[in-house]
Write a protein that binds this ligand. Structure first.
Ligand SMILES: Nc1ncnc2c1ncn2[C@@H]1O[C@H](COP(=O)(O)OP(=O)(O)OP(=O)(O)O)[C@@H](O)[C@H]1O
Length: 254
């Protein structure tokens, strides 16, 4: 069996006195679609950033393709990596096609990069007329599609999706979820998604990991998520309200 594409061992990260990651052991197998869920502020983004080397861990390690994530290993990993950012993170001064082709333009002539960008736009349901528009002229759903086209432009083997449905209405969110699932299946890419949108989880995930209080509290195939008897997972999946009121310390949940 090949080494996991991503593995974290005992990953810890604090900000001042706040312990955000407290020994996270995570593996992502080649070709699987893992969705990391957890409440707001539970450290999902910090976990992603630490895997990518944008934050340094206080303890523990990250392995990429089975090797400790040195600068050289990260550089190799990033060559086959694509990411859809939460707010699509498009460059507002560049037309759509240049956003999509941003990395391609370093590797091929502009004409070829533009052709590829138009193909990728088509894959996410956007016509060639969108290629020359500016990001500011697009709706939120279109921007997200452009972000997705950019994420897949260079045929990545690993794709991260950071809150892919944030800011979209339910129908556009469902369309993005479907696109992500289809693209991941088609390309065989390894995918890691962070979200608290349960519709995304059900559409995108092969496997689910619940982050809670700095640790992975539950992991398993998406099909087992509804049968699991972990109370924190159940509360999250069913969207039970958090108790923030004055009774929270002493009274029942509610
Ligand atoms: N650079 C930083 N400096 C200080 N605190 C930080 C920093 N980055 C994150 N944190 C804190 O770490 C905690 C986890 O943040 P993180 O963004 O990972 O949460 P999240 O699970 O992704 O939340 P959400 O679902 O709301 O995006 C939060 O309390 C946040 O304030």
């Amino acid at each position: 069996m090949s080494a996991p594409v991503i593995e974290t061992r005992g990953l810890c990260k604090s900000f001042g006195p706040q312990k955000v990651l407290d020994g996270v052991d995570l593996t992502v197998a080649r070709g699987e679609s893992l969705v990391v869920i957890g409440g707001s502020g539970t450290g999902k983004s910090v976990l992603l950033r630490t895997i990518l080397g944008l934050e340094s861990a206080d303890a523990g390690e990250v392995l990429l393709d089975g090797e400790p994530a040195s600068a050289a290993v990260r550089a190799r990993f990033m060559r086959d990596f694509g990411m859809l950012f939460q707010n699509a993170a498009l460059f507002d001064s560049l037309p759509v096609w240049r956003n999509v082709a941003f990395r391609l333009l370093r590797a091929m002539p502009a004409v070829q990069a533009r052709t590829r960008a138009v193909e990728r736009l088509a894959r996410v349901g956007l016509g060639p007329e969108v290629a020359d528009r500016m990001p500011a002229d697009l709706s939120g759903g279109m921007r997200k599609r452009v972000g997705l086209a950019r994420a897949i432009a260079a045929d990545p083997k690993v794709i991260f999706f950071d809150e892919p449905t944030t800011g979209l209405d339910p129908q556009r969110a469902a369309a993005i979820n479907r696109l992500i699932r289809d693209i991941v299946t088609e390309t065989g890419a390894t995918a890691v998604t962070i979200t608290h949108d349960m519709t995304s989880v059900r559409t995108i995930a092969d496997r689910v990991a619940l982050l809670d209080h700095g640790r992975l509290r539950w992991q398993g195939p998406v099909a087992q998520m509804d049968k699991a008897d972990d109370p924190v997972l159940r509360a999250f999946v069913q969207g039970e309200p958090l108790d923030w009121g004055p009774r929270a310390a002493t009274g029942p949940r509610g």
